[in-house]
Design a protein around this ligand. Sequence first.
Ligand SMILES: O=P(O)(O)OP(=O)(O)OP(=O)(O)OC[C@H]1O[C@@H](n2cnc3c(O)ncnc32)[C@H](O)[C@@H]1O
Ligand SMILES: [Mg+2]
Length: 205
Amino acid sequence: MSKVLLASRNRKKLAELQRVVDAAGITGLEIVGLDAVPEFPEEPEDGATFEENALIKARSGARATGLACLADDSGISVDALNGMPGVLSARWSGAHGNDPANNALLLAQLSDTPDERRGAAFVSACALVLPDGTETVVRGEWRGTVLRAERGPNGFGYDPLFAPDDELAAGRSSAELTPAEKDSLSHRGKALAQLVPALRELAGS
Ligand SMILES: O=P(O)(O)OP(=O)(O)OP(=O)(O)OC[C@H]1O[C@@H](n2cnc3c(O)ncnc32)[C@H](O)[C@@H]1O
Ligand SMILES: [Mg+2]
């Protein structure tokens, strides 16, 4: 059984990666989170782009553990905010990972923005760093609009505020999609799909 470390503190991301690997029929790959490896000093996510941050996380995880290491850096880029929160999405309200506060601030900032200018994209960059030093970085994007109130119980982060453009999601927020529907459309699903061949090879399956 090969092991791959997902260098993330976000359990929802870990679950999404596990679903993609399972859906691709990859067996023989054990995905472990940071909780399952000895603690190591984590580097600040201070890159200017999602790709840089994903590489920072994946390189430090690979270096510290000797395992193949995958990392995702993601966020929402709002057209009317010139692409922000972007790489600052997790700490937009000041407190890292405080989803209700981040969502409330984003809603307040867009309170005067009319429906036709509420376009946004979820973006995910995923980096895979192998023990032999090979580095792969991929990107996925998911277009939609920012709603005026939170809707739906699923997902995490900004999902209750994001209405995907896709026909499949018509009339629903991404927090109202099933997990499988989200994976088939999402920024992370699109990014990870590009890494499936490399993960399959790693698993030897
Ligand atoms: O860095 P790690 O430990 O992986 O976990 P994190 O939650 O801090 O992750 P990021 O630094 O990549 O920040 C991503 C933020 O963007 C938002 N986000 C990313 N993907 C999302 C998704 O699929 N649905 C909703 N919000 C998402 C959410 O607010 C996240 O906190
Ligand atoms: Mg983070």
